[in-house]
Design a protein around this ligand. Sequence first.
Ligand SMILES: Nc1ncnc2c1ncn2[C@@H]1O[C@H](COP(=O)(O)OP(=O)(O)OP(=O)(O)O)[C@@H](O)[C@H]1O
Ligand SMILES: [Mg+2]
Length: 311
Amino acid sequence: MSRIHEALKKAEQERAASQASLAPIGAPTTGAPIITGNEASPAVAIGTLAAEAPFPPLARSFGSPAEIDSPLARCPQVQWNPDERTMLFFNGSEASRGAEEFRTLRSRLYHSREKMLLKKVLVTSALPKEGKSFTAANLAQVLARQHGRRVLLIDADLRGPRLHTMLGAAASPGLSDFIKGAVDEFSIMQRGPMENLFFVPAGGELSNPAELVASERLKLFMQRVENLFDWVIIDSPPAVPVSDASVLAKLCEGVVIVVRSNATPMDAARRVREEFPDQLLVGVVLNGIEHQPNGYLQYYDETYNQKTTES
Ligand SMILES: Nc1ncnc2c1ncn2[C@@H]1O[C@H](COP(=O)(O)OP(=O)(O)OP(=O)(O)O)[C@@H](O)[C@H]1O
Ligand SMILES: [Mg+2]
């Protein structure tokens, strides 16, 4: 059993012991691990950021990103108004709360990349509201912050798209419009204020998202654009209630699973873990932990550092 696995298990046991009365129905309060990771599946714990509240859009204008080479120059340059409380890398500070954890996740992905082909990464979780979109968006940003790394962030949650709201970006044209054949691939990749970060929103509403996610047109889109980017990060619907994430995973080399602290029931975490083959699992994010000095975040880091030293 890896140290990461042990850390997740201990965190879950501590949570279950202290919150037994709040545990979701059907979740054991002690015992089995929630995720079976492996040496190739790094885990990162992310704290809860500012309390959720309506965020006033900022009327801001951004400078033009540096000129990029064609064919991406054909992508529309647009203004975004990112929610700077949860989009951690737009405010110019490298020290936002939570930013360090995303840098750690980035390092772990590069570590995995040394051993395998890894460019297209799906971010998913068992259930709604566990932080998939939050994780996908910040992961894409932290990757794009590295000099010369070009990143495409795709909202493939055609059932409940949210990335455009988080980024304060236009909701369409997007992926669904390309799949329907209404637009070409360059029309749906927005260039925003962060150099090297491109974004594809989900696009116009659809009556049959499952069918479209499985369509040949989506494969075609990936084939056409993947060589233009160093990383492609894909946000998805929850994996347990609907099959879209499993279908999307077939287009990717890696899957990052988000588990929300004090929220994801253990059986749901186990089910989402079983949904994907071992070789696809490249990361586990434990999202929304409480920051406690000398609490289990510290335990967790120490555990991971120990693992890194030993390996
Ligand atoms: N670590 C965190 N700190 C503070 N807020 C967070 C954190 N993680 C997620 N959130 C917030 O929780 C809400 C749900 O997160 P998010 O939309 O990323 O979940 P999701 O798993 O993508 O949900 P859905 O399945 O509905 O798409 C959002 O308002 C997001 O900003
Ligand atoms: Mg989402």
